[in-house]
Ligand binder design. Structure first.
Ligand code: UTP
Length: 293
């Protein structure tokens, strides 16, 4: 049996974003920008550069700005054309034309696992990628592409792993596994947001996954867990009972933009990479009088 091609991606963006209030009261967390680009656009571009052709974005109420962002904006385009800003015009068009983007509403924010379950009929019987907007990854080879390559090698679910400090274990799904090659672990346990005492390791799952379609059957039988939400972590643990699930320590710089510090980190470092502002920003940072604060 030849392994099916990974061509579909799911981006859950229906969370409440409570850690980023009040910014997220009327604006989805995924539309907050790093410099001048909404985080969701980085995620869509990563999927595209990883060979994904079809993306389903799971949206909640008040998420129309997401739909508008990836649509044509005739008024704005006319305006830019009149001003001779053709580069911006081309950029706007390119986003809308790169991939097929579909939307579905998660009617209630019942957790990440529940959001992924909303993608069942879009995904069908194919392996698929899940990308979370909280994690923005800067890598020479896109993180999703690295994971897809491991999926083809192992022909089973692969999730992205990082090592975290003791203080951070309670923010992630934590795994234990047997190392089968450098950086690749066959997972045998997974706990969602454990306390330091409960945490079986310091290996955390972050927001990139290539998942076998079998997950949908498991998700349907996964009861609400931590926070009374249906947890993808619990379903992935359930999946390990049916198929192998691997974790992969991908390479790249990852920014957790779901919290204030990570968001500031990302903006500074993306600024330091931006040809237009990097020199000025470097001078500014060098000259900062830190004692003033
Ligand atoms: P998070 O728990 O980080 O997102 O979920 P949140 O709920 O928006 O944030 P806080 O904790 O309240 O600040 C991870 C991802 O899953 C999506 C979120 O949009 C985010 O991208 N999600 C979460 C859903 O799509 N639906 C849900 O019911 C929960």
């Amino acid at each position: 049996m030849t392994v099916k091609k990974v061509r579909k991606a799911v981006i859950p963006a229906a969370g409440m974003g409570t850690r980023f209030l009040p910014a997220t009261k009327a604006i989805p967390k995924e539309m907050l920008p790093i410099l001048d680009i909404p985080t969701l656009q980085y995620i869509v571009e990563e999927a595209y550069k990883s060979g994904i052709t079809d993306i389903l974005i799971i949206i909640g109420r008040d998420k129309e700005s997401i739909v508008d962002h990836f649509d044509y904006s005739i008024e704005l385009e006319n305006h830019l054309e009149k001003q001779g800003k053709l580069e911006e015009l081309a950029e706007m068009r390119a986003i809308a034309e790169k991939v097929n983007i579909f939307y579905v509403r998660q009617k209630e924010a019942k957790g990440l696992g529940h959001a992924v379950l909303c993608a069942e009929s879009f995904v069908g019987d194919e392996p698929f990628v899940v990308l979370l907007g909280d994690d923005v990854i800067e890598a020479e080879k896109p993180a999703t592409k690295q994971l897809i390559e491991k999926y083809y090698e192992y022909e089973n679910t692969v999730v992205a792993l990082i090592n975290v400090d003791d203080t951070d274990v309670s923010k992630y799904g934590i795994i234990t596994g047997d190392e089968v090659e450098k950086g690749v672990f066959k997972i045998n346990d997974m706990v969602e947001k454990p306390s330091l005492e409960e945490a079986p390791s310091r290996q955390a799952v972050i927001g990139r996954y290539v998942i076998s379609p079998k997950i949908f059957e498991v998700l349907k039988n996964t009861p609400p867990g931590k926070g009374n939400e249906i947890q993808l972590t619990d379903a992935l643990l359930g999946l390990t009972k049916e198929e192998s699930v691997y974790g992969y320590e991908f390479s790249g710089d990852r920014y957790d933009i779901g919290n204030k510090m990570g968001f500031v980190h990302a903006n500074i470092e993306f600024g330091l990479r931006d040809p237009e502002i990097k020199n000025e920003l470097k001078e500014y940072l060098k000259g900062l009088d830190l004692d003033k604060f």
